[in-house]
Design a protein around this ligand. Structure first.
Ligand code: SF4
Length: 266
């Protein structure tokens, strides 16, 4: 998108399209921002330095393509709240607890003898997702709690990673050397600043698009005719994203279904 102008019911967006960078102009009555978000790229826990350290999204890639690799693992550790609920990003990323539990269950189904340890601060499995938490415990997946101010540490010795953390229940320091360490990396906004300045829509301090009113206009922006849904707005689960997308498209339809729209003086 290179340019954006107009008013609700009569927007004009300029785009450069495809490898040949063709210039296109599109006239439209409403606009829905659904740009999504990104997985945080960890700077901690030897991510990027050891091949034994992956994120949950990278684990999902292994789960879909390399079952034989998972069958060779004996111990897996997952660390929750990586890049979330800290000073830099105070928000809960909302998706990573259920993602860790879903992936842990998938690993157990492929390799039932594996030991999986999930190191967490709080488990936030909303609503019926609690059933998956219960199922994971019944399958023998271990949940070990650590304190916010006593985060696990990860070192590498002779190519093997070693995790040290203080278990809150036992009150003791525990060391583990798993085959694979999986980081439940949080959700961060993508490169939203340029788009926000083109659309003249404000962002939150975490660079997500800001709604006009949290209760009364939750999918509207402060610019009439521009709506938001999904992770462009904040970290959220897929069913919440679908509900918000339905709300945003309904709001857009109330605008574009009209034969004529009255606008105030500019
Ligand atoms: S969803 Fe769970 S792992 Fe993710 S930030 Fe929230 S509490 Fe931490």
């Amino acid at each position: 998108m290179t340019d954006f102008s107009g008013t609700k019911g009569d927007f004009k967006t300029a785009l450069t399209v495809g490898p040949a960078m063709y210039h296109r102009e599109v006239n439209h009555g409403a606009l829905i921002i659904a740009t999504g978000a990104l997985e945080y790229k960890p700077k901690e826990y030897l991510y990027g330095e050891s091949d034994a350290v992956k994120t949950q999204v990278e684990l999902e890639d292994i789960l879909s393509r390399e079952e034989s690799r998972i069958k060779g693992w004996k111990n897996v550790v997952m660390i929750q709240c990586v890049g979330s609920r800290n000073q830099e990003n105070p928000n809960c990323s909302r998706v990573c607890c259920q993602q860790a539990i879903k992936n842990a269950i998938a690993i157990k189904e492929i390799n039932p003898d594996i030991n999986i340890f999930i190191l967490y601060r709080d488990i936030r499995t909303y609503g019926f997702l609690e059933d998956f938490y219960r199922k994971a415990r019944e399958m023998g997946i271990h949940f070990l709690r650590y304190r916010e101010d006593e985060e696990p540490t990860v070192e590498q010795e002779e190519g093997k990673i070693q995790i040290t953390f203080k278990d809150l229940t036992l009150g003791r320091e525990i060391k583990m050397s798993p085959d694979q360490l999986i980081l439940s990396a949080g959700v961060v906004a993508g490169d939203t600043q340029e788009l926000a300045s083109i659309l003249k829509v404000p962002l939150t301090s975490e660079r997500f698009f800001l709604e006009a009113h949290v209760k009364l206009r939750p999918v509207d922006t402060q610019s009439d005719g521009i709506f938001i849904c999904g992770m462009a707005h904040s970290p959220r689960l897929i069913d919440e994203t679908i509900s918000q997308a339905l709300a945003a498209s309904s709001r857009a339809c109330t605008l574009i279904s009209q034969d004529a729209i009255e606008v105030g003086g500019v």
